[in-house]
Write a protein that binds this ligand. Structure first.
Ligand code: FNR
Length: 342
């Protein structure tokens, strides 16, 4: 099976396995504020994430690598939706294109269609510093995402089995590229211990990529004869992972992702301590339903919802939203108690 056939399967199975109906962000409740002293027209949603100024806290997260005309088409549509809504956009893994210049066009379309926006390059943690420099150059990227996907690799019959050396490779990459480095999980969450290790080696942003949205164990199990279904429920739920990472009060920026379905959930993630919210599966579903227009309209709706919640909570800026009180219930509360996090 070629890389682009595998990526096509991922899109199809991501859509068919879908987003679960329960999400750990359902455990988070805002404390109602009857005297918010805010106005919808004065809400400022701009934010600094990893030293980068973002006009919107929404990021279309990495989805399409693999190459070929289908990747080019999806990337172009997502880049246009990002440009229309002010969202930043990460591309899917560029490893194939880094190794084969004939595939560059499938990514160059992103910068061409989002010329003034924030665009993030993407490679896996098997990268070399030279490959990282190339990936950034291909997109004239504002930042580089490095994805971690241990569980996906283990469930993939043809996947990696050796995960040694990732921290060292990430450290060398941070030193080699002249843009901020974002390390992201892909749906299994990141612990406080992992975030601390990444902070120590100079990573600028951690995207915690929690459990509760697109599930690469489920996706890869569809492609296996003997299922490793115990990995389907593996991982740190998104709300718990954000709270774990935020408890460190570190200098690096946090991006929340993993099952974010709307602007209210993005607001909850920010109130837990994230600076930005990244969405993959829900944007892909909108794109498949109604093309670029529906993807853009979905992102506009997320922004409207975020502004409404900010207004109701008395938060005029994203940094104020980070400090509004929330109540943590249910399994997320249990998780945080067990881990000794307030
Ligand atoms: C992804 N994701 C992903 N991430 C990454 O860093 N590089 C990649 O190439 C891909 N490819 C990819 C393909 C498809 C079809 C999907 C749906 C997702 C993972 C993605 O960026 C994100 O981390 C997870 O999907 C969790 O977020 P959601 O989907 O729950 O919002």
């Amino acid at each position: 099976m070629t890389r682009s056939e595998r990526k096509r399967d991922h899109i199809q199975y991501a859509l068919s396995t879908g987003m679960p109906s329960w999400n750990s962000l359902d455990d988070i409740r805002f404390v109602h504020n009857s005297l918010p002293e805010t106005s919808v027209s004065e809400i400022d949603v701009s934010v600094i994430n990893g030293g980068l100024a973002l006009s919107s806290p929404f990021i279309i997260n990495a989805m399409t690598g693999g190459g070929g005309t289908e990747t080019e088409h999806i990337n172009r549509s997502l880049a246009r939706a990002a440009a229309e809504t002010g969202a930043a956009m990460a591309v899917g893994s560029q490893m194939g294109a880094v190794k084969d210049e004939r595939e560059w066009y499938t990514f160059e379309t992103v910068r061409a269609n989002h010329p003034n926006g924030r665009v993030f390059a993407n490679l896996g943690s098997e990268l070399t510093p030279d490959q990282a420099v190339k990936a950034v150059e291909m997109l004239k990227a504002d930042a580089l995402q490095i994805h971690l996907n241990v569980i996906q690799e283990l469930v993939m019959p043809e996947g990696d089995r050796d995960f040694r050396g990732a921290i060292d490779r990430i450290k060398k990459t941070v030193q080699a590229v002249d843009v901020p480095v974002i390390v992201k999980e892909t749906g299994f969450g990141m612990s406080a211990e992992n975030v601390k290790a990444l902070e120590r080696i100079g990573v600028s942003v951690v995207d915690i990529g929690g459990h509760g949205g697109t599930n690469f164990s489920r996706i890869e199990n569809q492609r296996r004869e003997r299922h490793l279904s115990f990995f389907d429920e593996w991982g740190i739920p998104t709300a718990a992972s954000i709270a774990e990472a935020a408890s460190l009060k570190s200098t690096l920026s946090l991006t929340a992702s993993g099952g974010i379905r709307n602007g209210v959930e993005a607001a909850k993630a920010i109130a837990l301590g994230a600076d930005a919210a990244a969405l993959a599966g829900s944007v892909l579903a909108a794109l498949k339903n109604g093309g670029r227009e529906e993807a853009a309209s979905f992102l506009h709706q997320c922004m409207d919802e975020l502004k409404m919640v900010m207004t109701a909570s008395g938060a005029s800026t994203i940094s104020e939203l980070k400090t509004v009180p929330v109540v943590i219930e249910g399994k997320t509360k249990e998780w945080l108690n067990e881990r000794g996090i307030d």
